[in-house]
Design a protein around this ligand. Sequence first.
Ligand code: GLA
Length: 733
Amino acid sequence: MKRNLFLFLAGLFCWHYLWAENTPEWIRISTSETDLIYQTAPDGRLYQTYLGTKLLHESDLKHFSTERKAGSDGTVGYRHGEAYLTAGGGDFFEPALSITHSDGNMSTVLTFVSSEVKRIDDNATETLIHLKDEQYPLQVTLHYVAYNKENVIKTWTEIRHQEKKPVYLNQYASSVIYFESPKYFLNEFSGDWAKEMQMSSQELRPGIKILETKLGTRAAMYMYPFFELGLNQPVSENQGEVVLGTIAWTGNYRFTFEVDKVKNLRVISGISPYASRYELKPDETFTTPEFIFSRSDNGSGAASRGIQAWALNYQLKDGKGDRLTLLNNWENTGTRFDENILCGLMKESADLGVDMFLLDDGWFGNEYPRNNDKAGLGDWEAMKSKLPHGVPFLVEEAKKAGVKFGIWIEPEMVNPKSNLALKHPEWIIRYPNREPIYYRNQLVLDLSNPEVQDFVFGVVDKLLTENPDLAYFKWDCNSPITNAYSPYLKEKQEHLYVDYVRGLYNVLERIKAKYPHVPMMLCSGGGARCDYGALNYFTEFWASDNTDSIERLYIQWGFSKFFPMKAICAHVTSWNRKASVKFRVDVAMMCKMGFDIGLKGMSGDELTFCKQAVATYKELKPVILDGDFYRLVSPYEGNHTAVMSVDKLKSQSVLYTYNIHPRFSEDLYPIRLQGLDPDKQYRIEEINLMPGKESTYKENGQVYSGDYLMKVGLRLFTTEDLSSHIFLLTEKK
Ligand code: GLA
């Protein structure tokens, strides 16, 4: 019995730890398409000697070396970069790690100790590389998880020491990766409220380009934590070597792109060191956030699909689960509602055929009623004047109407006009000696403080304890950290930005542990918080308050580069009434669709159309939300755009085509489809037609091979302004 147990445990150990080696000739981290190779130099330091297309022959690895290369000025430089570049180690470019040791010395030199490989599942392995400083008791462990079929690598770092006194981490990036290419092109995504994910491109020249945020909470408002890199040529959808990267951190991040003296590109990703020198006590471990990237030899589309699949399989909360269609009331009623109005909207939700009614802002606060954004945040009690019977009544009424009930909260924030602000001024992030700077009339609660964490957890816990049938949260975050001073952290103010995010994760972890199945939407005054750190706890995110369907085509195009469509919320609203209801629905339909519109304002035909669209959407969810997504024609390149989703079996596909503002008698080209099986035959049918309308396409009802559709394509664009057409392709057996 004992022997069996021993064999079982030994087997388990071997399965878990594939190998552990002290001085391997190389460390190879591989996915189905990518190899990342590290090697130790004779002086014991570790270098990245390759990051590129996966090599076919293991025997070729012997050709790599860490040899030094003389620079034109006679100095010696490495052709390849150090695995985790340190300040003071003789490389004069931006470091990943900069430490002030307890004796004041600011240099760190890391040498290789050992590496090991753990199997995570049939598809993913984790490589750990242990490094140490010979002069200080400092250990660094680099982690790399390679997701084979998704072709994604996730990497992060742990830092630990046993010096007699604390050390200071000045810079503590998650990772550094190097590229060697004649040219580098960067796509970045910037924004503001209602202008999310605006894509722009530039060539990287020698020197540093930084993408960063210092906003703290509403972190991504001006700059999104994503990038696309084109090696040797600008990023293109279907060809060329491309890298997509993102960081899983719900706070200040920084990507540094530096073209060095040998024209290598160094990409350093991590928490922004801005105002965040971190004190690390002996034996404490600092764990950085995860940097996630995918590289492809076939353009950005393939890399996107890798990240989307990875998110669904490994990162997004309930990535493989279903999503609820809904009717929200924010654009329709704002904060002007009462029980009667809400009960009416619940019935309308049921009539529309959606799964849930989502009550937005304005339902709470009594002494300081939340009738606009100036008061009430923090007082999470139902407002008696509007909702005399409280939230339980609403949940019950929704049930009677035949829909689920969801609710909006913004639990990290407080209006100065609230009971909470009066009762706990010490919970608020605010300078002790200056007039506060407000953003949307509110301030941020100090989540570095465990008491505040309990309070924020308590907001969700109380609502769910009192209303076990509450089905959904929209968790908003409308302000950046405007007065970065934590009463709790006292003299350790430099920890605020990091400890805030850690505090937030503690809360979200507790919620996920206690309520693992409650779906939650991540929202931040539109889409200013949408990172994979938070999305481990959220099933989806609100992409933008801008629901103008034309603008959404651009915003959704950008977000689709990094997120599965299942994670991107798109609601049909009355923004841009020039676009027909059909156009607006057709735009929302490619994502996680909902409605936020007064149904009473619609014509009979429009309402009938919406009901039919909801029914169609529900039927096609496995294709739309779980299929592979292909961006076919970019809105950035003309007056038309098209995208499609294909189910895993390549037996069904939904194709979306949009004509924005075409020019008179403009030349229209066929749309070449992607992702189909060339040998299958597909019947094409136009769907989502207004009542009484029939498709005018001669292609409607025709059967084509996947090969023809992908090589020749179909002329489906038109010159009709603001028109859209959705087609269902079904395999003909
Ligand atoms: C933010 C959100 C909106 C809405 C309002 C409510 O702006 O993005 O969708 O919830 O807050 O105040």
